[in-house]
Design a protein around this ligand. Sequence first.
Ligand SMILES: O=C(O)CCC(=O)C(=O)O
Length: 258
Amino acid sequence: MISREDVEFYNENGYLLVRGVFSTEEVKEMQYAVERTIAKAAAAKQDANHTWQGDYIPQDELKKLVLKGFHDLQFHDACFTRAVAHPRMTGVLTQLIGPNVQLHHTKMLVKPPEQGAAFPMHQDYPYFPHDRHTMLAASVHLDDADMENGCLCVVPGSHKQGPLPHVGRYYLDHRDYPVSMGTPCPASAGDVLFFNYLTIHGSDRNKSSRPRRNVLFQYRDPADPPSRETHIDWGMGMMVAGEDPQYRQYHAKLELNV
Ligand SMILES: O=C(O)CCC(=O)C(=O)O
């Protein structure tokens, strides 16, 4: 589904936008599931604002921003189980990661209209460091995204710098790494932006009257063990392509927490 030039582009730049991975019907199904998940959490009084805290935006502005950010989507709705292992998704993953691909975790990133949260520039590496850096994000667009509603921005080639020091581990100093330094990646609903976990990325607020709903799946080569067990989620380790050649040597210690 992607060309050799696309793979070279990803290796060189640390990201790749692939158009039309999901059909209009599949996008509608995921939009509906996202809205249902948020509504059910609200009904159970478990709705929360997951806007990233910090000094990257003046505090009075930060207080107004909202991010809906639930994890473990495939445990909320089966459409996400289909999406993480969708043949068009795995077709790309096996070219970017290798024949064996394992799910790390899933989450939704919903920026409501007018007040949708920003993400300061960061690498995902500090959240779940691995030895061989095969980890990548597949950010699935459920709405058309542009700079107005807070599309993702990436710094091409930044993955080659390796791990960088983050403020309190979470994001890069916004004075040295403003979101404006990134290359905007406008996308249409159904498109997927793949980016390595060392690629510097972030996004601006949603200032538009439209939502910006993305779901994000992280994947790795199963032969790329975590350097530290810092992030364990349900569903971690599920194989979406190929086999896990070293399941006996390492697999996440999942605990039941009900
Ligand atoms: O969806 C976005 O705008 C950014 C998400 C992100 O950077 C992350 O989850 O690490």
